[in-house]
Design a protein around this ligand. Structure first.
Ligand code: BES
Ligand code: MN
Ligand code: ZN
Length: 501
């Protein structure tokens, strides 16, 4: 499927369908007014009949419209003209795609560029980005493991009509960004949706290696295996993997863009538990299969690096995929064990299901060798975060206000929402242990926060933020599958870094 930006002559475009909008109270958009005029008032004549409503969810397909070359015109209801925000706009696009994907439409023109989305200063840029990313999201399909992935989507070419020529340049930039971000999101989703018998820690490292082949001028990958981990003293990370025959692998992806214009180093660390049974503190069977998604943090980091490489961002980024599998076995680590982490700090294990933080703490210490300015870890870390914020908002924690604000702003811009939770000293007390520096779980109820406090004990050397994506990384039920979050947030965060220079 290809996307194009074009300043169209709507009346004369030879295409299968033109999508235009109509608002509440039968108000026509500029494109609709234009096509109405060209067709000698055909659309207004239908309005007079009372047949064209403009509410969100409404739509009407018109065929053989007089004097119009396009085979079809789809009028899409968009609700109140001045109340369109990004969320509504996405809904409108979803309705549109649902209709057109069933028809034999190969070429389609979206003429939405005269839309005004509220609270959006760079309108055309966001309009194009939201259109492309939403369309791709609507059409995403989980890859089936049977070599039989039929392509039943007819759409080949999507033209986005830009009504003002002066907007073409911005629209092209937006198109470029959107395609790279979509590539990132789709790659993250595909990796996350794989079953755990295929996507294990070694597989993650192969995916990382693949990046260094594909983007050989920009990406170098180093894989830290268990032997190297032992040398480094990554005993917490190693302990989590002890119960599994699939050995842990930590993939270090070093990206450096063309002409790097600043020497800021940004590190992204992803929890990559390719399966989390809970270990000896085993999880209940119900929904346990969903713990294949416990590597969504690693998948998000993987995707984000693809975006950086595709756009050749002039930045230095270190991505870590902390691959590991938490299983039960004769060699499993136990509740009661005391582990010496790579940092030298000791941890008493009170629950082997609080394993993500153990893998991450050694990854975070490992990162110190790169002297990063910013470190962001992404992890499906706690069920408690889902209790606190639900399934549409990720938890944000940081030891630096500026970084926290930057992530918050990027999340607002992309609708990939986050909300800050505090790291007050009261919470740290809950991690106290009588046999070690701290335990791996908190005593109280604020489990998302105590998990973040735990991590913060390993991030004192740099500005750090932690995203708990336990609620947002995948969906259960009817539309089950990975969401690709928080890839768009991370991509936007990186893009915003460029404006700051
Ligand atoms: N991967 C889970 C967190 C999780 C659970 C994410 C459910 C999404 C849905 C994590 O490793 C875990 O098991 N955390 C425990 C921590 C507890 C033992 C302190 C949890 O949240 O129950
Ligand atoms: Mn767990
Ligand atoms: Zn886990």
């Amino acid at each position: 499927m290809n996307f194009f930006i074009k300043n169209c002559d709507l009346e004369k475009e030879k295409t299968d369908c033109i999508v235009i909008s109509i608002f509440d109270g039968s108000k026509l958009s500029d494109s609709a007014v234009y096509l109405d005029k060209c067709s000698n008032g055909y659309i207004t004549s239908l309005i007079k009949l009372g047949d064209i409503p403009g509410k969100i969810g409404d739509a009407m397909m018109l065929y053989n419209v007089p004097k119009i070359i396009s085979k079809r015109i789809l009028l899409v209801g968009c609700g109140k003209k001045n109340a369109i925000n990004k969320l509504r706009f996405k809904e409108i696009l979803q309705n549109t795609i649902k209709i057109v994907k069933k028809l034999s439409i190969k070429n389609i023109i979206f003429s939405f560029s005269e839309f005004r989305i509220n609270n959006n200063n760079n309108n055309i840029y966001w309009m194009i980005r939201v259109i492309i990313i939403s369309i791709k999201e609507c059409l995403y399909k989980i890859i089936k493991i049977n070599n039989n992935n039929s392509k039943n989507i007819n759409i080949k070419n999507i033209i986005l009509n830009i009504s003002k020529k002066k907007d073409l340049f911005t629209a092209e930039i937006s198109l470029k960004h959107a395609l790279a971000i979509d590539h990132a999101i789709t790659s993250a989703k595909n990796l996350s949706n794989l079953p755990p018998n295929i996507c294990n820690p070694l597989y993650l490292s192969h995916k990382a290696k693949e990046l260094s082949k594909k983007y050989k001028d920009n990406i170098i990958v180093e894989v830290i295996d268990i032997k190297k981990m032992k040398e480094l003293g990554m005993n917490a990370y190693i302990a989590v993997g002890d119960g599994s025959k699939n050995k842990p692998f930590m993939s270090v992806i070093k990206y450096s863009g063309g002409n790097t214009i600043n020497d800021k180093k940004i590190a992204l660390v992803g929890k990559g538990l390719t399966f989390d049974t809970g270990g000896i503190s085993i999880k209940p069977a119900f929904h346990m299969h969903e713990m294949k998604y416990d590597m969504c943090g690693a998948a998000a980091v993987y995707g984000t690096l693809i975006m950086a490489a595709e756009l050749q961002l002039p930045l230095t980024i270190i991505g870590i995929l902390s691959g590991c599998e938490n299983m039960l076995g004769a060699n499993s680590f136990r509740p009661g064990d005391v582990l010496t982490t790579m940092s030298g700090q000791t941890v008493e294990i009170l629950n082997t299901d609080a394993e993500g933080r153990l893998v991450l703490c050694d990854s975070l210490t490992y990162l110190e060798r790169f002297s990063p300015n910013i470190v962001i870890d992404v992890a499906t870390l706690t069920g408690a975060c889902v209790t606190a914020l639900g399934e549409s908002v990720s938890g944000l924690f940081s030891n630096n206000k500026e970084l926290e604000n930057q992530l918050y702003n990027a999340s607002q811009e992309t609708d990939d929402k986050v909300w800050s939770l505090p790291l007050f000293s009261e919470y740290y007390k809950e991690l106290s242990s009588d046999v070690a520096d701290f335990s791996n779980i908190g005593k109280g109820k604020a489990g998302a926060i105590t998990a973040a406090c735990f991590l913060s004990n390993f991030t004192k050397k740099y500005n750090w933020a932690h995203l708990d994506i336990a609620g947002t990384a995948w969906k259960s039920g009817k539309n089950k599958g990975a969401t690709g979050r928080p890839v768009e947030l991370l991509c936007q965060f990186l893009l915003n870094q460029l404006n700051d220079i």
